[in-house]
Design a protein around this ligand. Structure first.
Ligand SMILES: Cc1cc2nc3c(=O)[nH]c(=O)nc-3n(C[C@H](O)[C@H](O)[C@H](O)COP(=O)(O)OP(=O)(O)OC[C@H]3O[C@@H](n4cnc5c(N)ncnc54)[C@H](O)[C@@H]3O)c2cc1C
Length: 382
């Protein structure tokens, strides 16, 4: 077994870290307050090659893998979770196009993402269909040569910024099998009937765009179907097997960033006549936090590396995602504790990291859903 990153992977990680260290700190707090990220920063990141590295070279990507994508996201989240999230969501859903799109669809849409000229999103969640995605009721009817979509999606990344968005929708409501009723359809957001309502005041990662979407008689060509009609649910599961792997890197990055902040603080803060770092209880906390981060990192890299070698293991991916989310929440909690009251004030970065962490146990499958996936693979279905 080889647990080492290649020279190229180490270089990518280092370059991502240098970019984030240079660009993020000066604007992170302002982006969180204004709830937006300057487009020129996203464009700059894309031009430097940090967006969609897993997209094949034929479609403008670097032709690398999910491990390289994860390394970049880890470093971005380490410096600022909100900016890291916005960079991640630029290509969110492109995996679906790569896996199931036609040649024309890939050529038309993917190069615009890696050049930073377009943003996308993947809209699955609805008011009455969250963890139970197969209950999605947004309807798409094939009328003549067009799909006509009606419905409501909630909490969608890039909902108000995306140039095009994938909609998980109901195309075959009469199919007796619940898992054969849905499809994935691409909607260009300038199509009449598409409306987005940006959500303001999220608990954390406020810099990243999230919106509710309303589709009212949105008419798109029938060629905008991605993959096979009625196979949307299976395509969605294939997407989650990939997205959950690199979302684990969000947790690793956030936890490492929180640990970095805690180390800096305990090495400078003096109480009872000595640095906090001199108390053995502090040393034990730092040791435990660092160990948790390393464990989460190891599993994250493993599942990403497996995907890049063509091995899809939904159970391990779910383990990585659940563990990384839990690690982030636990490590940031301890990191804030080590800051004392200062950590509770919003002029200290740890407060922003603390608010950001919780989402990692909710989106891309809640921690309970991850455990359902894991247990089902171990025990079978009951
Ligand atoms: C910042 C942010 C960004 C998001 N971005 C996107 C996006 O880009 N695209 C998108 O489609 N969605 C997005 N979401 C939505 C996210 O995927 C959902 O919030 C998530 O899937 C959970 O669905 P829900 O909120 O409806 O919770 P629910 O499904 O209602 O779950 C509520 C609670 O019940 C538990 N629960 C549900 N079912 C079971 C069960 N069978 N067994 C045990 N426990 C269960 C859950 O684990 C959870 O604890 C985003 C959410 C957030 C917060």
């Amino acid at each position: 077994m080889d647990f080492d990153l290649s020279r190229e992977q180490m270089d990518i990680k280092k370059a991502a870290r240098e970019f984030a260290e240079k660009e993020f700190p000066k604007i992170a707090r302002e982006c969180e307050e204004k709830e937006e990220v300057p487009r020129d920063l996203l464009k700059k990141g894309a031009e430097l090659g940090f967006v969609g590295v897993f997209i094949p070279e034929a479609y403008g990507g670097a032709g690398l893998g999910f491990l390289e994508h994860a390394l970049i996201l880890e470093e971005f989240w380490r410096m600022d979770p909100g900016l890291g999230q916005q960079f991640c969501s630029l290509t969110f859903g492109s995996e679906e196009l790569i896996l199931f799109g036609t040649e024309e669809q890939k050529e038309k849409y993917l190069p615009r993402l890696t050049s930073g000229d377009a943003l996308m999103g993947f809209a699955i969640t609805e008011p009455d269909a969250g963890s139970d995605a197969a209950s999605a009721s947004t309807r798409a009817e094939l009328i003549g040569e067009s799909w006509v979509l009606n419905g409501n999606k909630v909490m969608i990344g890039n909902g108000s910024l995306a140039d095009f968005i994938l909609i998980f929708c109901l195309t075959d409501p009469d199919n007796p099998a619940k898992s054969h009723r849905h499809s994935v359809i691409l909607v260009e957001t300038n199509t009449p009937g598409y409306e987005a309502d940006k959500i303001l005041g999220k608990m954390g990662i406020r810099a990243a765009d999230t919106a509710n979407i309303f589709l009212s008689d949105v008419k798109v060509p029938k060629e905008n179907l991605i993959g096979e009609r009625g196979k949307g649910f299976y395509q969605l599961m294939a997407f989650f097997d990939r997205s959950r792997a690199y979302v684990s890197a969000h947790g690793v990055g956030l936890a490492q960033g929180a640990l970095d902040l805690a180390i800096k603080h305990v090495k400078s803060r003096v109480q009872f006549g000595q640095k906090l770092a001199a108390f053995q209880v502090t040393q034990f906390k730092i040791a435990e936090m660092a160990t948790k981060v390393e464990l989460a990192r190891t599993l994250t890299y493993r599942v990403c590396s497996m995907l890049d070698r063509g091995q899809v293991d939904s159970k391990l991916v779910a383990m990585a995602k659940w563990n990384a989310g839990r690690t982030a929440v636990e490590v940031v909690d301890e990191a804030l504790q080590l800051h004392g009251g200062y950590g509770y004030m919003n002029d200290h970065d740890i407060e922003r990291f603390y608010r950001a962490a919780k989402v990692l146990e909710i989106y891309e499958g809640t921690k309970e859903v991850e455990k359902i996936v894991i247990a089902r693979r171990i025990l079978g279905r009951f």
